[in-house]
Ligand binder design. Structure first.
Ligand code: 5AD
Ligand code: SF4
Length: 443
């Protein structure tokens, strides 16, 4: 067993969803607290954390090729930790197949990285895929830095067990973080510069907690409390499940001005037989009814969703129902994926696995339809003047990029700073972004 010097620099590479981005940032904060510095761009790091995603495709294969690529020209390797959902699902295999990996750490155990790094530096290989009762959130350092937009994980895990999905196995059961911790973390983020907070959860609208007076509240209650933080200007949340879309949350969209007019509500398919086989426990009609109510509460709301094409047994006619649903809703933007069999999930062994060519062709047609709707939504925004939160410099001199309330990317030129909220008239629409003109602030 070779011991190696304690690492002085680190790099965290996160793949997959926004929750992984949040986890990656928290791991970085944890490592920084241990006196390990981020490696400079272009320089080798002593410690590399691969924060992996297991939701689709050949996730594990990708991890092995990433590990291979970490070997340096002189043949040496950094201290490698594999974190995230592939670590949780396939930790043992990774340890067996990739001797250069010294640490495997699951998404609920990464607060223990400092001890693991000490053990690994002494030459031991360590795996921790526990889901401890005392959550990582209690053990992680307090947050002290933030850009203008920040993520805040409020809920993790999933009890829904859609038949295609690996999340209930890799992230565990639904757990809500306590109300007081969230108010504290949000306050710290805002004090360190956040003007927009996106509340994150695999089923974020299943969040529930007890407020300071001991009353049980849902996500709408939490949103209303956060809205009272004066310097916080925008609140968003993602991802939601249709079955947890409460009346209170729908009403909040009409009543809480800081809650942005955007709802990401995955439906996955536009056919009831397929939804049933997916164990989605909602129908096309019940989904549409929710959207109708949300639109009644907030008429300008931008809608977004997730779709899977080629679920086992999906026929051409059933797929066309999905296209029909897309046209009925008129989404502002969406994510769409080919079905990917995940080991250990019920759908992976179902009859009627759809050939790849068929999935490719369906995905193309679906994405063409979604693209048309997205472009139409953007075109319909032209002529509006809206507030844009400035996020970063654009590619061209003097150009800035920010987000509209409807989560559209907007570019414009002018004298602004990152974190400003400015009035912009939307003047041209592309499929993926809008061009705007800075207008003087309204008085
Ligand atoms: N295959 C393809 N897409 C999937 N998703 C989840 N599991 C799978 C899978 N096995 C998609 C769903 C979900 C999003 C996060 O990823 O659309 O909403
Ligand atoms: Fe996966 Fe379904 Fe849970 Fe979403 S609701 S994380 S798709 S099991």
């Amino acid at each position: 067993m070779d011991s190696t010097p304690a690492p002085r620099t680190y790099r965290v590479k996160s793949f997959g969803c926004q929750m992984n981005v949040y986890d990656g940032d928290r791991m970085a904060e944890l490592l920084a607290e241990q006196g390990i510095a981020p490696a400079a761009a272009g320089e080798d790091a002593d410690l590399v954390v691969l924060n992996t995603c297991h939701i689709r495709e050949k996730a594990a294969e990708k991890v092995y090729s990433d590990i291979g690529r970490l070997r340096r020209e002189d043949g040496s390797v950094p201290l490698i930790a594999v974190a995230g959902c592939v670590a949780q699902a396939e930790g043992e295999e990774i340890m067996a197949r990739a001797p250069s990996v010294k640490m495997v750490v699951g998404p609920q155990a990464y607060h223990r990285l400092p001890e693991m790094i000490r053990a690994a530096s002494e030459g031991r290989r360590v795996t921790d895929t526990d889901m401890p009762a005392r959550t990582k959130f209690d053990a992680l350092p307090k947050r002290r830095r933030s850009g203008p937009t920040a993520f805040l994980t409020v809920q993790e895990g999933c009890d829904k067990f859609c038949t295609y999905c690996v999340v209930p196995y890799t992230r565990g059961a639904e757990v809500s973080r306590p109300h007081a911790d969230l108010i504290d973390e949000a306050g710290r983020l805002v004090a360190s510069g956040a003007r927009e907070i996106t509340l994150l959860g695999q089923n974020v609208n299943a969040w529930t907690g007890e407020d300071a007076r001991g009353r049980t509240i849902g996500l709408d209650g939490l949103i209303r409390e956060l809205a009272a933080i004066p310097e916080l200007v925008r609140i968003r949340y993602t991802t939601s499940h249709p079955n947890d879309m409460t009346q209170g949350l729908i009403e909040a969209h009409g009543e809480v001005e800081k809650l942005m007019p955007f709802l990401h509500l995955p439906v996955q398919a536009g056919n009831d037989r397929v939804l049933k086989a997916m164990n989605r426990s909602h129908t096309v009609e019940s989904y549409l009814r929710i959207l109708e109510q949300v639109r009644a509460a907030r008429p300008d709301i931008a809608l977004s969703g997730d779709f899977i094409v080629g679920f086992p047994g999906e026929t051409e006619a059933e797929f066309e129902d999905t296209l029909g649903l897309v046209d009925t809703v008129g989404y502002a933007q969406c994510f769409s994926f080919k079905y990917s069999p995940r080991p250990g999930t019920p759908a992976a062994t179902m009859d009627g696995q759809v050939p790849l060519e068929v999935m490719d062709e369906r995905l193309q047609r679906l994405q063409a339809a979604l693209g048309r709707h997205q472009h139409a939504f953007n075109r319909a925004s032209v002529g509006r003047t809206c507030q844009v939160l400035v996020e970063r410099k654009g590619k061209h001199p003097g150009q800035w990029l920010g987000k509209s309330p409807w989560l559209q990317s907007v570019h414009f030129t002018g004298e602004v700073r990152v974190g400003d909220i400015v009035d912009v008239e939307l003047v041209e629409a592309g499929p993926n972004s809008l061009g705007g003109r800075l207008t003087p602030p309204r008085t």
